[in-house]
Design a binder for this molecule. Structure first.
Ligand code: SF4
Length: 573
């Protein structure tokens, strides 16, 4: 039996479920479990799979607990040193690099940690090369939403009479599906939904609209027009509801059914749950969803992948997109990189790791785990996880939430704010007092115009992303955790039986998937939910992300979009 320690919150999505961590009280093992907070009105003591990864992280065999240092060019032979020595060495390399140095910090840290990294770069290092890693859908939702948008919290969503779900919220957020399905059974809550393939919401929706990939923004804009409100941004101004419906791949009857459901509701709510590589044009979709909520008395629940996405957007200001930071290394403008909680070598295709590493004279990695970047680092700094440090984060509505620390960090691991202060001090500089997070609305109301529809491939397959329970599109964490690695050790490509047969592929065989000038080895899965002419693969693998087209979006970075693909048996290649 285990005993609860103290409570914290899970930051693996914007629901920020409360949880307690428990340790084996006998002290005989390092076993940790997530303990349920049964009184919580949202989770009622249940966490989703991602929440259960937190105890695994706490005692993971790959936890980084001490600093290490290696001689230049000798990343395989690291020597344990004190954190102080490692900070001194890192500060010296960063100062030596000057403008050739860059800082990349994870956006799912408490706001004071992100702010410390920004201060370190700008005030101590005097560089503008600082970036915050944030999932593209999170940045795009913040960018598109209207500042007047009313939000609905997880505890209140089941009180709505109609919920319009855009994307696959049931696969990625079982806490929400449980609340909605119970309310649906008890009080006839109505669910309407859309996605580009029949998803896990579809069987429970009284109206499910199948769109083209990336068609959600146009569909929402069409519903806005049908209800007499503008979807936000100029792109839809001259288009009718019928034209927008066609752009979305939906019918006018579909648009009317969704519009009728919203206009007939007393307290409608919308859930925006975009999957990268399946729903781009996210800022336009967020703007249209905001407009609908404002015009029709509804409330919006944007499901961010990062619990502190809103705080990260506020703290990052106008800093460069994280992709530009990596591009500067490719372009040899940066040769010294400090990463704080970002497994940067998981963000690039596997075949690019060696060349990217060669371009870096010094890679300084602060991480809670011995991740891929740690293996290639010159200097390793042990970083505490948020459930060990606590701090301030911002909820989707912009309000600050103080989260507690459930335990102390192991060994010499330090919060990012302390690592940044230590680096600044070793540079003879001083960071100003911790910036206090202030309530700040996430909305910017600056939607980007959606991509115009691209012709459906005549011969190939339309490749979209598959939504999956871990819901980490970079694989930064999920590849290190036991359950997702066992559940999907290699990428699985889901295809309709007729497409598998047409290509002479073995239904459960291995195959090569080619798209966007890249290829990846995949295992085939026959899936009746995937329409003919389409194929779906997870983006949680560094080898599958380059298969998707990238679309540059102002203020966001890039969005992953569907691409044209072909599949062949492994033996044919
Ligand atoms: S629903 Fe979100 S906050 Fe809750 S346990 Fe899952 S990932 Fe964590």
């Amino acid at each position: 039996m285990s005993e609860p320690v103290t409570s914290t919150r899970c930051l693996f999505c914007s629901l920020m479920c409360p949880l307690a961590l428990a340790r084996d009280p006998s002290g005989s093992t390092e076993e940790m479990t997530a303990d349920y907070i049964a009184a919580d009105p949202v989770t009622e003591g249940r966490l989703c799979f991602r929440g259960h990864m937190i105890p695994e992280m706490a005692t993971h065999p790959l936890r980084l607990t001490n600093a290490e240092l290696c001689a230049p060019g000798q990343t395989q032979r690291k020597t344990p040193v004190s954190v102080h020595e490692a900070l001194e060495a890192a500060a010296s390399r960063l100062m030596e690099a000057g403008e050739r140095a860059a800082v990349l910090v994870d956006g799912n840290l408490p706001t004071e940690d992100i702010a410390s990294a920004m201060q370190l770069a700008r005030d101590a290092l005097k560089t503008t090369r600082v970036a915050v890693y944030l999932p593209d859908t999170d940045a795009a939702m913040c960018r598109g939403m209207n500042p007047e948008t009313p939000f609905v919290a997880a505890a209140e969503i089941a009180g709505s009479d109609v919920v319009f779900i855009i994307g696959d919220a049931f696969t990625t957020h079982p806490v929400i599906s449980k609340a909605l399905l119970e309310a649906r059974a008890a009080r006839k809550l109505r669910i309407v939904a859309c996605d580009c393939i029949p998803n896990h919401v579809a069987p429970f929706a009284e109206k499910f609209v199948l769109t083209k990939p990336d068609g959600a923004a146009a569909l929402l804009a069409a519903v806005c027009k049908q209800l007499g409100c503008e979807p936000g941004g100029d792109w839809a101004a001259g288009r009718s509801a019928a034209e927008l419906a066609e752009m979305a791949g939906a019918s006018e009857a579909d648009v009317k059914a969704l519009a009728d459901a919203i206009s007939g509701a007393k307290s409608p709510a919308m859930i925006l749950a975009p999957v990268p590589g399946r729903m781009s044009n996210v800022s336009a979709a967020a703007a249209a969803a905001s407009s609908l909520c404002i015009a029709k008395g509804g409330r919006l629940m944007p499901l961010f992948r990062y619990g502190n996405a809103v705080g990260a957007v506020a703290a990052m200001g106008t800093s460069q997109p994280w992709q530009d930071c990596i591009q500067a290394v490719r372009d040899r403008k940066v040769d010294t990189l400090l990463t704080l909680g970002v497994d940067v070598l998981r963000l690039v295709p596997t075949k690019e790791i060696a060349s990217l590493r060669r371009r870096l004279q010094t890679l300084i990695v602060a991480s809670p785990m011995r991740d891929r970047s740690a293996a290639y680092a010159d200097i390793l700094l042990p970083m505490a996880a948020t459930f060990e440090t606590g701090g301030t984060v911002q909820a989707a509505d912009g309000n600050c939430v103080e989260i507690g620390a459930a335990m102390s960090p192991p060994g010499g691991a330090l919060p990012v704010r302390d690592l940044c202060a230590g680096l600044a001090s070793a540079m003879g500089r001083h960071l100003s007092a911790e910036s206090q997070a202030e309530n700040a609305a996430p909305c910017q109301g600056q939607p980007d115009a959606p991509e115009e529809p691209v012709a459906f491939p005549e011969t190939g397959l339309q490749l979209i992303a598959r939504s999956n329970v871990p819901d980490f599109d970079t694989g930064t964490l999920s590849r290190l955790m036991a359950w997702p690695a066992f559940a999907e050790p290699m990428p699985e490509l889901h295809m309709n039986a007729s497409d598998v047969k047409k290509r002479g592929l073995a239904p459960r065989g291995r195959a090569v998937l080619r798209a966007n000038g890249h290829e990846a080895f995949v295992r085939l899965r026959v899936d009746a939910d995937v329409p003919e002419g389409m194929a779906a693969v997870s983006t949680a693998f560094e080898e599958t992300r380059p298969l998707f087209r990238e679309r540059r979006v102002d203020g966001v970075g890039v969005e992953l979009c569907w691409s044209e693909a072909d599949v062949m048996a492994e033996t044919d290649t």
